[in-house]
Write a protein that binds this ligand. Structure first.
Ligand code: NAP
Length: 347
């Protein structure tokens, strides 16, 4: 029976503000790579781990999100952190999985995961793209962008769309779907290099660096002299307030995430409610998982766009389990461009 060491990432303390690498620790256990028959579990070697902002809310002592769905439950101190990933089955005592199967779903920030819960693990059928795409553009980021934009924001051709965190994993895809659909799209991001990328490579009509704008309300008036029809919100707080002030009648706000509020629990958006009433604005929060009904359509449309070169895939990959804490912390400093992924092991 082969026993190997298994390294995994834990939090040392609850993180109620901005995360830093000292909040994390890498632990090592030994793990047997063959499973006793009758145990019903599967051992998976992690190949890629997804790095996602919502995990910060799971690392807090408490957050309303922790009781909403099991996926966002609180992470316990000192325990391996479950996270979306792609891996290969090393041994299996489950009828649906066999050794060497590629799998996708909830694994851990670990070299190996023992999977007991199978509702969140699936066999990965490759469709001609790199493995990493399945946790980014063809995974939850993509579904979030697709479901959020088409099903929540309900675009019409020619409408004016504003996207925040536009160079991030979800944001860049929202902008690209919106352009392909025939909307006018402006994004904001936190560096001038990101702004250039959005305009020159990703195809946004315009973009700006929100960190250089002393008055977001005026900035949006400048970029949207005729008003905003759709705001895809990834950041919350002041940006949501400014967007609402600039919305047109019957405007829609799809609230995907409020990352600027994750690191500061006192921060809130207080949009002008008179704007919401008199302009009949709809503000709707959503979860990607709400849109599994469009999953097949999302995969076929997105794969076609990638194959035809109409959709750019932005990935930001770090290497090795040791880089996981820095990769995660970097999301809140704006280090990443596109989907943040850590490659844990070679296949
Ligand atoms: P991401 O955008 O790839 O990475 C986070 C980005 O947010 C950073 O690169 C940074 O870019 C920006 N950011 C960080 N702190 C900020 C702050 N204080 N103010 C403004 N911008 C800040 O991450 P993602 O995975 O695509 O997620 C984007 C948003 O969608 C998050 O709010 C996330 O929670 C949410 N989300 C929701 C769902 C859902 O089902 N509802 C699913 C996936 C993601 P800049 O350089 O532009 O600052």
């Amino acid at each position: 029976m082969e026993v190997v060491s298994n390294r995994y990432v834990v939090i040392k303390n609850f993180i109620n503000g901005t995360p830093n690498e000292s909040n994390f620790e890498i632990k090592t256990d030994s793990i047997s790579l063959s499973i006793p028959r009758g145990s019903g579990v599967v051992i998976v070697k992690t190949l890629y781990s997804s790095i996602d902002p919502y995990q910060l809310n799971r690392m807090k002592e408490s957050s309303p999100s922790q009781n909403a769905i099991s996926f966002s439950a609180r992470i316990n101190l000192g325990e391996a952190i479950d996270a979306f990933g792609v891996g290969r089955v090393v041994d299996s005592d489950h009828s649906e999985f066999k050794k060497d199967d590629l799998v996708i779903g909830v694994l851990q920030w670990a070299e190996y995961s023992i999977v007991h819960e199978f509702s969140t693990l699936n066999k990965l059928e490759l469709i001609g793209f790199p493995l990493s795409y399945h946790i980014g553009v063809l995974g939850f980021s993509g579904l979030t962008a697709y479901g959020g934009f088409f099903e929540v924001c309900k675009p019409k051709k020619g409408e004016k769309v504003f996207v925040s965190a536009a160079s991030g994993s979800v944001g860049n895809l929202v902008g690209q779907y919106a352009k392909l659909f025939g909307c006018y799209v402006v994004g904001c991001a936190g560096t001038n290099q990101k702004v250039e990328l959005l305009k020159e490579k990703i195809g946004f009509d315009d973009a700006f660096n929100y960190k250089e704008e002393p008055d977001l309300n005026l900035a949006l008036k400048r970029y949207f002299p005729d008003g905003i029809d759709i705001y895809f919100d990834n950041v919350g707080a002041e940006m949501l307030e400014a967007a609402v002030s600039n919305m047109n009648i019957n405007g829609r706000v799809g609230v995907c995430g409020v990352i600027s509020e994750y690191t500061d629990t006192n921060k809130r958006a207080a949009p002008n409610m008179l704007d919401i009433i008199y302009k009949r604005i709809t503000i709707k929060g959503f979860l990607a998982a709400d849109y599994m009904n469009v999953y097949a359509d999302f995969i076929s449309t997105t794969s076609d766009h990638i194959r035809s070169g109409k959709l750019h895939v932005l990935e930001d990959v770090s290497f090795g389990l040791d880089s996981l804490p820095a990769a995660f912390v970097g999301l809140f400093r704006g280090d990443n461009v596109g989907k943040k992924i850590v490659k844990i092991s070679e296949d």
